[in-house]
Design a protein around this ligand. Structure first.
Ligand SMILES: Nc1ccn([C@@H]2O[C@H](COP(=O)(O)OP(=O)(O)OP(=O)(O)O)[C@@H](O)[C@H]2O)c(=O)n1
Ligand SMILES: C[C@](O)(CO)[C@H](O)COP(=O)(O)O
Length: 234
């Protein structure tokens, strides 16, 4: 187990592609808000010591209510997010008090995460310094240029789709995110910040079930997966 492991949960996006009347993290899945599902898995994971939630400006009090109602015990802070996901993650990491051995970052909008994957990601980060959960790409991926003309087809054997969680030794991540900010580099995930400095990033094979609630059909899929899991449990 890590000396101290802090989970950062970015939940400060606008959810534009979801096109819902409320923030997608507040939408209901099996009768409970998406964000509560996500937080519960981290709260119940023995390897996680603290949770920091990153919320959009003005939404902090909604989260505070949920944290109290659903008794999320390990939450130590709610911080305000930034314009891009990377800015939100930065605000979260900066708010860690007294440092930690491992920081693990997970999208608030991925409620189907499991404790098993969290534990594997933390262990991989302890080994190499940085780790990312990925699944092999299922489709054939083409590079497309101007006028919708295919430039080439990539070798699928080499392609993996990045998810979260992504975990790091604290010092490695601080250096990578500070350096990205200094160079105005904006990554679409967290480990890409370490990759650009030449760091070693280990892939943890994940699950297609760990989907991100991005567009309305994701919610339908997530409902079905959760209903099946609940049935299996009891
Ligand atoms: N400035 C941002 C943008 C995103 N996120 C969070 O990062 C996760 C992954 O982002 P994504 O699913 O792309 O969410 P949105 O940016 O909200 O989606 P969209 O692009 O459709 O607006 C989400 O939990 C989201 O709330 C964040 O904390 N701060
Ligand atoms: C970090 C991430 O979950 C990896 O798949 C994803 O990139 C975040 O979502 P976004 O749509 O890029 O904001």
């Amino acid at each position: 187990m890590a000396d101290k492991c802090v989970a950062i949960i970015p939940a400060a996006g606008q959810g534009k592609r979801m096109n819902a009347s409320v923030n997608k993290q507040f939408l209901s899945l099996q009768g409970m808000p998406v964000i509560v599902h996500t937080l519960r898995v981290f709260d119940e994971c023995a390897a996680v010591d603290e949770i920091i939630l990153v919320a959009a400006a003005g939404e902090e009090h909604f989260y505070r209510k949920l944290i109290t109602e659903y008794e999320i015990r390990k939450l130590t802070g709610i911080v305000t997010g930034g314009r891009e996901r990377q800015d939100s993650v930065y605000n979260g990491v900066l708010s860690i008090r007294g440092g930690c051995e491992i920081v693990i970052i997970h999208d608030g909008a991925r409620p189907l995460i499991t404790q098993d994957l969290i534990l594997k990601t933390i262990a991989a980060a302890q080994e190499t310094g940085a780790a990312v959960v990925c699944v092999p790409v299922k489709d054939t991926i083409k590079v497309v240029g101007e006028n919708q003309r295919v430039k080439k087809t990539l070798d699928r054997q080499l392609l993996w789709q990045a998810q979260t969680p992504q975990a790091f030794r604290y010092g490695i991540f601080i250096e990578a995110i500070e350096s990205a900010r200094a160079d105005c580099f904006m990554g679409t995930d967290d480990t890409s910040l370490v990759e650009r400095l030449g760091g070693d990033v280990k892939v943890v094979p994940g699950s297609y079930e760990n989907l991100k609630i991005t567009t309305p059909e994701d919610l339908i899929l997530a409902e079905a997966i959760m209903a099946r899991r609940n049935k299996q449990c009891g």
